[in-house]
Design a protein around this ligand. Sequence first.
Ligand code: APR
Ligand code: PHB
Length: 391
Amino acid sequence: MRTQVAIIGAGPAGLLLGQLLYKAGIDNIILEQRSADYVLGRIRAGVLEQVTVDLLEQAGAATRMHAEGLPHDGIELLFGGKRHRIDLHALTGGKRVMVYGQTEVTRDLMEVREAEGLTTIYEAANVQPLDFEGSKPRVRYEKNGQVHELECDFIAGCDGFHGICRASAPADKLRTFEKVYPFGWLGLLSDTPPVSPELIYAQTERGFALCSQRSATRSRYYLQVPLTQKVEDWSDEAFWDELRLRLDPEARAQLVTGPSLEKSIAPLRSFVTEPMRFGRMFLAGDAAHIVPPTGAKGLNLAASDVGYLSRALVQYYKERSEAGIDGYSEQCLRRIWKAERFSWWMTSLMHRFPEAGSFDAKVQEAELDYIVNSRAGSTSLAENYVGLPLV
Ligand code: APR
Ligand code: PHB
């Protein structure tokens, strides 16, 4: 079997890349180790930057998002028991974000891919990128106990943080940068109306909380929890009780509770790999970098990476120019590091750190006060939250 671009991983990065390439007339096959249902079972973030919305439009996968997604013009920061609105729309010259779950983005991309009759090989085992430092890369994989090889011009490593592509890159050519935070987020999804029209990011003495949503009838809430805790330690009731304690009186009164549809704990981590190209293999999305979820940047960075990568590959195939692929890594990393900085900053601003002393707590309070009361402070948050432009 042969294709122009072999994509490893059918998460949002791989699926979006496949669709952008297809729209540009570039042939691709996706190899995914899990089943489609397994991929759709993962509950993840749900805030899309305009850049991501634009790319989904370009990919022909934006119809349901425009019908069902919720455009948001602001977010709220809760601290000292009071909420303060950050008017994203006014502070960024008219930009906003779209609240639409990653699971739905993935489903929409899977559907358009299937409708176009493009090949995705699910449940591919022992996927291995080979010979990418030469001119004829291949991907070996097993399906139903048989070994297959896919010949290609390029390999796109869209296989997430635990994938095989980064692990296959030559160790002496790869640098990693990492920061692990001493807490996690316990998330709960429920079929209850959101507590408030906009997202609430809460900084409290009991730890961080986030009130997010998926629709007018479905909510997603998070609590900062110590890494020692397990999801089994948290009954639904205990979750709702703790959330109430981290909210302001009005939100507490408004909160509608119900049984959880899903509950899980995710550790928080910042991680970057450099470079993102090894010969004819490129890394994109979580395969190359992880951000803590506080800034809602994970999915958006995956989208901007594949936006750059598809542009670079179009340049290669249509204009016979290698400038795009040569510049891919550097171009991505400039945007990634700014999103890493923002996610780290927002995490530091909003969480309670076990090692923090009274001085740190006062500085955090002063910074929050500055952000909401200074136009420069709010503008900086807003500009990063809606997403920096794709240059
Ligand atoms: N072979 C084939 N597929 C693999 C392999 C492998 N060895 N290893 C992992 N995969 C698949 C995973 O099963 C998964 O479906 O690659 C896919 C990677 O998808 P994601 O983890 O969703 O990563 P990405 O597409 O980069 O999307 C980034 O996910 O974690 C969030 O915050 C992150 O929202 C962001 C998004
Ligand atoms: C979510 O809805 O899951 C979500 C929203 C905003 C974040 C993180 C997660 O910053």
